[in-house]
Design a binder for this molecule. Structure first.
Ligand code: FAD
Length: 509
């Protein structure tokens, strides 16, 4: 009377209630399949880290006494498709029931629900026991509204889960959000946290993945695969971050710098998204550090807002808007991604550095994703679906439920402003203010037209001119249009021509 329990590659949560008891009648099923390596072109490190973490997790379950059937990518019996493998296993074990944890991706949720409905044995879905909120919390809060403001959601979560709240139900420090304190550029004298990430050599596994034929790009193991691959490693990384990164996380959250590729960011997104870490313990650790006087309130609040606020919120937006959200293209953009998205070879120093490090580390921090790469893509009118696939493939932490709302909603305004109150775009001035890339750049940050003009400048104005019908009415953009209106028709024309030229030679920017 065997029950099969499926564990997906992003469900590596040893604290799930499934594992509280060992039973000879339960077989846990894990599989490395081409269906999952191939749904988008993936960065080598993303495939490698997920498979390596899965292998580690299966060993851990076995050591705890659980029965585990692990299908490796090169197993002869591997049908390389989720449901085909499940059907074979149900027959093999003569299983009487099959269970799975709620998938976070609509694609897998839909697939398993449809398959389960016609499966000869009962198939049930259980909670993944990871998030603070359900799939439908955000939808229920905002249904019928034109804009879904994260800040509203965040405050309700703070109250409900009593995070950074006083005894009389007020936000600690007398305000909900300390964002205005969190916008500093990195001074040249500021030292950066030491690199304490774990190291792994997974050459053999990498050779197996290559031999399986899975297509890939990016550096397979930049300085050895340095992502936490177990809960123990993830907990160590959390601890190191809380003591070394969090104190200055708030200050430099929005900074860009040639001196470091992660600055004071936590690098915890992979561990969180594959569920080795629970968001509650990460939030609790940050709050405790503040209560013990080890970090300033704006740092703790800023960090907690990303997890209790943004992370839960984008997940809720995803479930409310799927299917369909991944096709959104409100601005009608269709330009193909330039070839240098795959090489980093552009003369725009900020973009080159963000893309190059993404190829090397499968990582870019938020401001690089939003205000450098995403900013350029939106200004240049790149095809949001192609960009969505690029983000989904390249980042170590990219899973559609969190990647798609960030890329299509927050970064590309492709949902027409459901998630972002205005497009996140800027000219060179912002990039220069937040970082030090402009100094050594081929282009000149303060020049708007001519050969050496930073492409962001003319593209910025051209973007607002192109989308005037849709955007002029947005009161958050009234200043932008006032400045545009103040320019002479000749100046406007020169900017638009400059933008046209940049776009015509986008491959050689
Ligand atoms: P930190 O800066 O240390 O932040 C701490 C944690 O907060 C992160 O680990 C993450 O879990 C959470 N977080 C922060 N910002 C967000 C956000 N906007 N949405 C959801 N969670 C957030 N994040 C992903 O996890 N997967 C993605 O595929 C992804 N794609 C993105 C695409 C674009 C275009 C943009 C603008 C952002 C994207 N993000 C994504 C959000 C964010 O950039 C990453 O979570 C963050 O850079 C991960 O690095 P970190 O762990 O060092 O984060």
């Amino acid at each position: 009377n065997v029950t099969l329990r499926l564990i997906l590659g992003d469900q590596l949560n040893p604290q799930h209630s499934w594992f509280a008891h060992v039973s000879p009648d339960v077989v846990y099923v894990m599989m490395e399949i081409r269906q999952e390596t191939d749904y988008v072109l993936h960065h080598a490190q993303k495939m490698l880290a997920i498979f390596a973490a899965m292998r580690h997790f299966s060993q851990q379950l076995k050591r705890a006494g659980h029965r585990v059937r692990y299908i490796a990518i090169d197993d002869a019996s591997n049908r390389q498709q989720l449901t085909a493998n499940l059907e074979a296993l149900i027959a093999h074990y003569q299983a009487s029931t099959m269970q799975y944890q709620a998938p976070d991706e609509w694609r897998l949720d839909h697939l398993l629900a449809a398959w389960g409905a016609s499966c000869p044995v009962p198939v049930t879905m259980v909670d993944s026991e990871h998030f603070y909120t359900t799939r439908h919390t955000v939808d229920a809060q905002f249904k019928g509204r034109k804009q879904w403001l994260m800040e509203h959601f965040y405050r309700s979560q703070r109250r409900q889960h009593r995070v950074l709240m006083t005894a009389d139900d007020q936000p600690e420090g007398g305000q909900w959000n300390f964002d205005h304190d969190n916008r500093k550029a990195l001074p040249a004298t500021q030292t950066l946290p030491a690199d304490m990430r774990p190291q792994h050599d997974h050459q053999a596994l990498w050779q197996t993945i290559v031999a399986s034929g899975a297509a890939h790009f990016g550096d397979p193991q930049a300085e050895a695969l340095r992502w936490p691959l177990s809960r123990e490693e993830a907990l160590t990384q959390l601890e190191v971050f809380i003591s070394q990164g969090l104190p200055l996380f708030g200050d430099y959250q929005d900074a860009l710098s040639t001196r470091g590729w992660r600055l004071f960011h936590s690098l915890l997104s992979f561990a969180l998204n594959v569920k080795m870490l629970n968001p509650r313990e990460v939030v609790a650790a940050a709050e405790a550090a503040w209560r013990q006087g080890k970090v300033p309130l704006p740092a703790a609040e800023g960090f907690i807002r990303q997890i209790l606020g943004w992370r839960e919120y984008v997940r809720g937006v995803y479930w409310a808007q799927m299917p369909g959200y991944t096709e959104a293209n409100a601005l009608g953009h269709s330009r193909p991604l330039p070839e240098w998205f795959w090489t980093g070879k552009t003369r725009m120093a900020c973009v080159a550095s963000a893309i190059t490090q993404s190829l090397q580390h499968a990582y870019a921090h938020h401001i690089q994703r939003l205000m450098v790469i995403g900013n350029f893509a939106l200004l240049a009118g790149l095809d949001p679906q192609a960009l969505h696939r690029w983000y989904l493939g390249i980042y170590i932490d990219a899973f559609e439920w969190v990647e798609a709302p960030n890329t299509l909603g927050m970064s590309q305004f492709a949902d027409g402003g459901l998630l972002a109150t205005k497009p996140y775009v800027s000219s060179a001035a912002y990039i220069d203010r937040m970082g030090d890339h402009c100094k050594g750049c081929h282009y000149s940050k303060s020049v708007k037209t001519g050969e050496r003009a930073c492409p962001f400048n003319a593209l910025y104005w051209d973007f607002f001119a192109r989308h005037e019908t849709r955007l002029r009415g947005n009161h958050r953009l009234s200043m932008v249009y006032r400045n545009w209106d103040k320019m002479s028709p000749e100046a406007q024309q020169a900017l638009r021509q400059q933008a046209e030229q940049s776009l015509a030679q986008i491959e050689s920017l």
